[in-house]
Design a protein around this ligand. Structure first.
Ligand code: CUA
Length: 351
């Protein structure tokens, strides 16, 4: 192949990769658009190291070009031997000390940030949320608030919130790129860190530890609300009594099906909080369910009918509970969608 064609091909491949990767920068799912304390700290370090590295690259490339041009082999000088500088103490000193200084410029702020982000000495003065990672969903328990929920994590804007992570089965990892760095959820020990969001909104969270076939579907949301809305949300969640809900006739039939078919053995609704599967108390308020599905009737019916097909290896196995006809699944879906505990919904915070 002609040389220029080969170059063109390489350029096209690289260009496609660049375009492809540019698509990864989804807003509210990007560490490069920080909206929280931890993420901002990481971003500052990224900027600092990029500046230092660009400086090194610039100097090296400049020197290389100068050397190649100035000291290239010229006609009639084939036998010339350049001046030998071997053993020059000055040069040795310069090219040892400059890298040390550069490494220090990057290392000191990095270690300082590490210590700062790992400091949990003030955790008792702030809101603590116990986060339990399960294959493949997240459970959130607001310490001292008598609130338990799953998949959608509500926190107030501008406040430090401590998360105590633990896993029920295998190792998972909690990451909300826009808000903070990531931390593992281990089965044996509690890992604690904090998040603090600067702006209201809905932020995407991901499990970032390969935890099984549906690892990539183990998404969650952090909904950062105003302080007033957070108080309201807590009040609503605490006082919500699903038995008092005014359900329409279809939803009432769904409720009966739900109760008769022991769905509640795994999914708590109301304050019977020990749950094998996600707590569904405020299901109708949820931004997503099953990690990735929109909270709509169609998606919910598909899920109830055949969860395996959507999320492989999940605990709500097809066959682990009675088979429902489509009409029955629709009634159950209707009931779950009417479980609205609060007026503070993700809709309000969607851009
Ligand atoms: Cu949990 Cu990956």
């Amino acid at each position: 192949m002609i040389a220029w064609m080969r170059k063109l091909r390489a350029l096209v491949v690289l260009g496609s990769f660049a375009i492809l990767l540019a698509g990864c920068g989804k807003e509210n799912l990007s560490a490069l658009i920080p909206k929280g304390y931890g993420a901002q700290k990481s971003m500052d370090l990224i900027v600092l190291t990029t500046i230092v590295m660009s400086f090194v690259l610039l100097i090296v490339v400049t020197l290389l070009v100068i050397v190649v041009v100035r000291f290239r082999k010229r006609k009639g000088e084939e036998d010339r031997i350049p001046k030998q500088v071997e053993g020059s103490t000055l040069l040795e000193f310069i090219w040892t000390s400059i890298p040390i200084i550069l490494v220090l410029i990057m290392a000191v702020p990095t270690v300082m940030a590490e210590f700062n982000l790992a400091d949990d000495s003030d955790s008792s003065e702030h809101l603590n949320i116990n986060v339990t990672a399960n294959q493949y969903w997240w459970h959130f328990e607001y310490e001292g608030e008598e609130i338990e929920t799953s998949q959608d994590l509500y926190i107030p804007v501008g406040e430090k919130v401590y998360l105590n992570l633990i896993a029920k089965d295998v190792i998972h990892s909690f990451w909300v790129p826009s808000l903070a760095g990531k931390l593992d959820a281990n089965p044996e020990n509690v890992n604690t860190f904090f998040i603090e969001a600067y702006e209201e909104g809905i932020y995407y969270g991901k499990c970032t530890e390969l935890c099984g076939p549906s690892h990539s579907l183990m998404d969650f949301k952090v909904i950062v609300v105003s302080k007033e809305d957070f108080e309201q949300w807590k009040d609503d969640m605490r006082s919500f009594d699903p038995e008092q809900l005014e359900l329409d006739s279809v939803a009432l039939e769904g409720k009966e099906l739900y109760e008769q078919n022991s769905c509640m053995n795994c999914h708590a609704i109301g304050d019977n909080s020990t749950s094998i599967g996600p707590n569904l108390t405020n299901f109708g308020n949820r931004e997503r369910f099953a990690g990735i599905l929109p909270t709509t009737k169609e998606a919910l019916v598909d899920w109830i009918m055949d969860p395996d097909q959507i999320k492989e290896d999940n605990k709500m196995k097809t066959g682990a509970y009675p088979n429902f006809s489509e009409q029955e699944a629709e009634k159950i879906a209707e009931y779950l969608l009417q479980l609205k505990a609060t007026s503070i919904t993700p809709d309000k915070y969607r851009d």
